[in-house]
Design a protein around this ligand. Sequence first.
Ligand SMILES: Nc1ncnc2c1ncn2[C@@H]1O[C@H](COP(=O)(O)OP(=O)(O)OP(=O)(O)O)[C@@H](O)[C@H]1O
Ligand SMILES: [Mg+2]
Length: 361
Amino acid sequence: MELGTAMRTILPSPTAKAASGEQNLERLISQLPIAAYICDRDGVIKSYNNPAVDLWGRAPPVGSTVERFCGSHQLCYPNGKIMPHERSPMAVGLRTRRAVLDQDVIIVRPDGSRRCAIANIVPLYDSAGRWDGAINCVLDVTARQHAILAQEEERRRVARELHDAVGQVLSSARLRLKRLLAEAGPKSRGAEVGDVLHLLDRALRELGAIAQDLRPQELDALGLESALRGLAADFMRRSRLRVWASVSSIRPALANGAALTMYRIAQEALANVERHAQATRVALSLGRHGGRVVLRVKDDGRGCPVARLEAEKPRSRGMGLRNMRERAQSCGGTLDMRSAPGAGTEIVCRLPAAAGGRHGR
Ligand SMILES: Nc1ncnc2c1ncn2[C@@H]1O[C@H](COP(=O)(O)OP(=O)(O)OP(=O)(O)O)[C@@H](O)[C@H]1O
Ligand SMILES: [Mg+2]
């Protein structure tokens, strides 16, 4: 992501490193507003900054050969399983001597609290150009992920309120009007009452659609597969595009939060097709491949320059793609966009399947 790219730019490259010594690097990390630390070739921690202490909830000993690769008390994968320090992104970066960017990890502090973070490892070289370890800049995204969860909870609450409060009042007004119409007979202003009934029917339909959009009922009741089929059918009716949906049963492959993530990503991908693609056909598919549940939304439209979009400043571009990616990452998954001018666009979201589901396919 942006942080990884920025790191490649600011850190010494094999050719430019002669000018920057170890002290310069340490001064640089002490001024960084995000957590950063340096390991030598064996993974021994050589230095770290104050944000790293805040993130880890501890200040590990510098130079210890016992605690290597990462200063956190414990690390976990996004699915909650423990990640041994020797399998951490830093350990991988040191083993391969390559940059390891945008890796989702969970940091467990000594007091048991957890932080969601994204690790970015870039190799370092000494002034003679020899490989000399790596730096890890770790972005704390806990607040961002809480915000996404809070937003879903708020949507759920508003959907409930719309249904239970406004919907019930409208339904009750509609019933009374119908009764009035039946009692008074068509002669006494029956046409006007009929019009009001139509208006109320329309309001109820609109309300249902808004509540559905805020919190798709089928998702809770029938699962992701039915919800996606419904979404594809609604989209076909609304957009008049030809939609081909191939949705295999994946149950019990995704936790509830991840199912909602998948649904929202499909919603945004379809909305983008309608708004930007000038397509005639869309294919939506869901299936399980190994340990992952994979959603694809592919159109035959005009395509778009993906590399240019990714390079644009966050403020100058839309939120849809970024939200999709953040949602996927918050569930330990990935989001890829493939496109070529004139050759359509494909969005691929891969989320880890919950343990206990079927494999293969
Ligand atoms: N299916 C597609 N076909 C062609 N271009 C696309 C497609 N999907 C996205 N794009 C391009 O990617 C850009 C970014 O999409 P994104 O969803 O992030 O923003 P947006 O749709 O413009 O605005 P927002 O989603 O915030 O309302 C779009 O403006 C469009 O140029
Ligand atoms: Mg969009």
